[in-house]
Write a protein that binds this ligand. Sequence first.
Ligand SMILES: [Zn+2]
Length: 300
Amino acid sequence: MKIAVIRIARPAFFALLIACPAMAQSPSGEDLHRWVRGIEGRDSQGRRDFVKQELNKLPVAFVALPFSRTITSGARQREITGENIVVGLGKGKQTLVVGAHMDAAPESPGANDNGSGVAVVLGLIQAFKDHAWNHRAFFCFFDQEEEGLIGSQAFVESYSDSLNHRAMINLDVAGTGTEIYVGPVGGGDDDFLMPLVRRAAALTGYAFHESEYYPPSDHLSFADRNLENISISIVPKGDVPLLIEAIAGGWSIDPGKTPEVLKVMHTSEDKSVHVSPESLKMSFRFTERLLRLINRTNEK
Ligand SMILES: [Zn+2]
């Protein structure tokens, strides 16, 4: 009822905004880089607080979902606590998840891993918050990925079959380089997604690589339940064959064959000075295009 009233009263200008919200509200590369600078170097609580603060500024509603896990390694038990932050947009019969982990490896400022993914997801929320969604879309900032994908596992465990999962798109390491790297491809849990990923690559014209080999990240929590998933990274030219070789070889990397992206990741040098606005914008544009293609695949 309320929707009908709004539709009738909506001036043409707002109708245009709703038709092309990303054009009207797309973040610039600088905007995305500002988010990376904002989250880098913060501790775990500081990173959660930063995401909430930026969501409030957009403004967009969110829920914080705390979790607690006991991890056993040998005789030692540790309790890991955290909080996933989730923005729900749109309505529909099927569910789409867009995620990035917001935690960082210990002793790392966590700019590219994964302040970059956080920045791109914040940018996507900004661009799509008033979009005409055909799906229920959850934009998730997962916690405690570096401890073993714990936040995304907690999210998936509370994720009921009735949500009718369509796709999970994970962004991890999205701020350095010029080439899109998507994976892990195959295994029966990306048959719907991959044709759309390839279409997004063709439409953007970006250098694109897909592989069955891809580093572990939050997509695996969805893969464990055979839910459609894929991860997206952006990496320097020449890194993808080296990454594939490293993963295929069980991470035993020959001297001189270390991918550029790994030289900084998980170190004290993972700073925003190594993250570029252009790379962030590429990650944003690629994922934005993919989300538009996915959104068109279903009836309201
Ligand atoms: Zn990561």
